[in-house]
Design a protein. Structure first.
Length: 75
């Protein structure tokens, strides 16, 4: 079976991806290079509302590991 994940990116425009039920992350393609696509791995968050199961993946640039890692290295 599959599930639909709403990918929330900066700018507020949602994208919808269909993934396997067992998937816990999605890869959002950032750019296409000669070597292939590079992307962000985003965790899937599951919420329950009025008997419905809703799945979201969010990219929050201020909390990306590259930025937080750089912050802690410079602190």
């Amino acid at each position: 079976m599959s599930k639909v994940v709403v990918v929330l990116l900066p700018g507020g425009i949602p994208e919808y991806l269909t993934v396997n039920d067992s998937d816990t992350t999605v890869t959002w393609s950032v750019n296409q290079t000669a070597e292939g696509a590079s992307g962000l791995t985003l965790p899937i968050e599951t919420y329950f509302c009025e008997g419905e199961e809703l799945h979201f993946a969010r990219y929050e640039p201020a909390l990306s590991s590259a930025m937080t890692g750089q912050y802690f290295l410079n602190a």
